[in-house]
Design a protein around this ligand. Structure first.
Ligand code: COA
Length: 213
């Protein structure tokens, strides 16, 4: 029977990687290395006590049946680097486990996509789906029946009330509030502190305290 990897390498060595490493430690996941092109080119041997690899080194030297990957690249608005690297390694056969910080509360009926990350203090209520590679960041709150697409970032402290859909690639910035029954389009951006009370179309950005028609 095929067994999932139990040891992991973190992709990226920036701020999100640091937080993800802390999640992995808290969740008892075994992290055995980090991959970051800048560190590798600079011949840096260790990051946070972990050996440094290159992406190519992982592709060529690591066994995808034994080593899984944690995507430590953060997701900023209009930036596809996180999505692209995850898809590249998934196509090559590498597994990205869903990660849940022990201090997050995730209802046991939640459907968690490959490589999604539920960070410390986040809440995911009943009936929710979290897509591939999506981040539910620190203290974000996702209420009942929310369908969060692939490669979405719900940034720290954002609040989604019930029955919301967020399309692929959407970015809901820190502290934003979305009222119930709203559709958020693909690759759309909701700015920090915004309050969304109407649907947001694909590839649009909204900042401010309402978007009344
Ligand atoms: C919405 C956002 C992406 C806009 O970024 P941007 O396109 O680079 O826009 P700019 O910073 O150039 O700002 C453009 C204008 O909008 C204003 N503005 C930007 N974000 C705003 C916000 N959230 N609320 C109100 N006004 C905002 C700026 O002050 C600026 O006004 P000005 O033209 O009068 O000077 C950005 O503000 C944001 O929310 N980023 C996400 C932050 C976050 O959640 N990070 C989490 C990381 S884990």
């Amino acid at each position: 029977m095929y067994e999932l990897p139990t040891e992991f390498i973190i992709l990226g060595a920036g701020g999100h990687a640091l937080v993800l490493k802390a999640l992995a430690n808290a969740a008892g996941m075994s992290v055995v290395g980090v991959s970051d092109p800048r560190l590798h080119v600079a011949d840096v041997a260790q990051w946070q006590g972990l050996p440094v690899f290159s992406d190519d080194g992982i592709m060529e030297q690591q066994d995808s049946e034994k080593i899984g990957l944690l995507n430590g690249i953060g997701q900023l608005p209009r930036c596809k680097a996180r999505k692209n690297i995850q898809l590249k390694f998934m196509i090559a056969g590498f597994y990205f486990p869903p990660c849940v910080h022990p201090s997050a509360w995730v209802c046991d009926d939640a459907k968690l996509g490959e490589g999604c990350q539920i960070m410390a203090g986040a809440i995911v209520q009943p009936g929710c789906e979290i897509g591939i590679g999506s981040i539910i960041n620190t203290k974000a709150s996702i209420d009942h029946d929310c369908i969060i697409g692939d490669h979405v970032h719900i940034a720290p402290g954002a609040t989604l009330c019930g029955n919301i859909t967020a399309g692929e690639g959407a970015f809901i910035a820190s502290g934003a509030v979305v009222i119930q029954n709203i559709n958020i389009g693909c690759d759309s951006i909701l700015g920090a502190g915004a309050t969304l009370v109407n649907d947001l179309k694909d590839r649009t950005c909204f900042i401010g305290v309402n978007n009344f028609k």
